[in-house]
Design a protein around this ligand. Structure first.
Ligand code: GH3
Ligand code: MG
Ligand code: MG
Ligand code: MG
Ligand code: MG
Length: 318
């Protein structure tokens, strides 16, 4: 026999002591066609570190989910038009929404309904009338799981030193951008940048000072490229910038702009470098002219960068 069950008051205190998102509220999308039910459930959730956004039908739910990226979706099964199962299937087909936890709210207790829900990817079920404690416990646990997952996914794609995307993410993005470039017959440019005489910088100023240079370079690359472009830390002191829909002339302009920004930037101990400045050399390669697949394009940029080094550094080559 169960000894005790948490009271609503105890539960509310527990949740208040362990906020979901310190400094912000977690967002729950509540999809429910009955205005009364919407009001009751939103009331249960609001104020526990949760912000509730609502939708009254499936189409609206999909639109709002896409725009607002909730941390969890509470989904009524019986809805006008598209039912909850269909909404769930659409959510799971969308790469940017498929990992958002979905909890069905249903008054039907049938096993078949539950299996249908599980089949289309539901994470949990709540039976009407919904118990406030059960709603809060399940919501908090799923949101915590989602937030942990988001953190891990983010960490897997990033370089911890600079915060830039890593080589693993480059491989994924480059495949995607190459397919897009092929399909729409658009160019795709790749720039490789490598710090000049960086071993010398580290030997003179220490590895920690060297790390700071890499962080400052990352900042310069991100702030001097377009939102569409992505900067990656490719290796130790090598960076790659991927520039969709950019041809050779465009990419060369970016490479030269970055070269100048770095040359003009005042880095700590930069004056001790060869030539009195810290500089980079860049290699530019463009799909389809210089490479037709990921390896080919990276190799072409690497070889161009190597030529820039040989020709005297602090320059770009194609
Ligand atoms: P070059 O102009 O030919 O590129 O000369 P370089 O000295 O930059 O090239 P080399 O490949 O000989 O040395 C690269 C140096 O980059 C060696 C290593 O100490 C440094 N490096 C690589 N990764 C890191 C890092 O994460 N932090 C720091 N501080 N240094 C790094
Ligand atoms: Mg309904
Ligand atoms: Mg290098
Ligand atoms: Mg080198
Ligand atoms: Mg170098």
């Amino acid at each position: 026999r169960l000894k005790s069950v948490v009271t609503l008051r105890q539960l509310e205190k527990q949740l208040a002591d362990h906020p979901l998102a310190p400094g912000g509220a977690a967002r729950v999308l509540l999809v429910e066609d009955s205005p009364l039910q919407r009001k009751i459930l939103a009331g249960y959730l609001t104020g526990e570190g949760i912000e509730v956004i609502t939708a009254a039908d499936g189409a609206e739910a999909l639109r709002i989910a896409e725009q607002q990226r909730p941390d969890m979706i509470l989904l009524d099964v019986v809805l006008p038009g598209m039912d909850g199962f269909e909404v769930c299937r659409h959510l799971k087909e969308n790469p940017s929404l498929k990992d958002t936890p979905v909890v069905f709210i249903t008054s039907r207790q049938g096993r078949e309904e539950k299996i249908r829900g599980l089949e289309c990817g539901a994470d949990d079920f709540l039976i009407k009338p919904v118990d406030k404690r059960e709603l809060l416990i399940r919501t908090h646990s799923l949101i915590r799981r989602k937030q942990l997952m988001d953190t891990l996914v983010n960490q897997a794609s990033r370089d911890p030193l600079t915060g830039l995307y890593n080589r693993r993410q480059l491989a994924l993005d480059l495949q995607r951008e190459l397919s897009r470039a092929k399909r729409y017959s658009t160019p795709l440019a790749l720039i490789m940048a490598d710090v000049d005489f960086f071993k010398n910088y580290n030997d003179t100023n220490g590895h920690l000072a060297g790390d700071e240079i890499l962080r400052q370079l990352a900042g310069l690359f991100v702030s001097n490229t377009r939102d569409m472009d992505t900067v990656y830390r490719y290796g130790g002191e090598e960076f790659i910038i991927l520039l969709p829909q950019t041809d050779l002339a465009g990419a060369v302009a970016v490479a030269e702009k970055l070269r100048q920004k770095v040359e003009k930037h005042s880095f700590p101990h930069g004056e001790k470098q060869t030539g009195g400045r810290l500089t980079i050399s860049l290699g530019v390669a463009v799909y389809p002219d210089h490479g037709r697949d990921a390896e080919g394009l990276i190799l072409a940029a690497d070889q161009a960068m190597y030529r820039a080094k040989k020709e005297g550094r602090n320059r770009y080559a194609t």
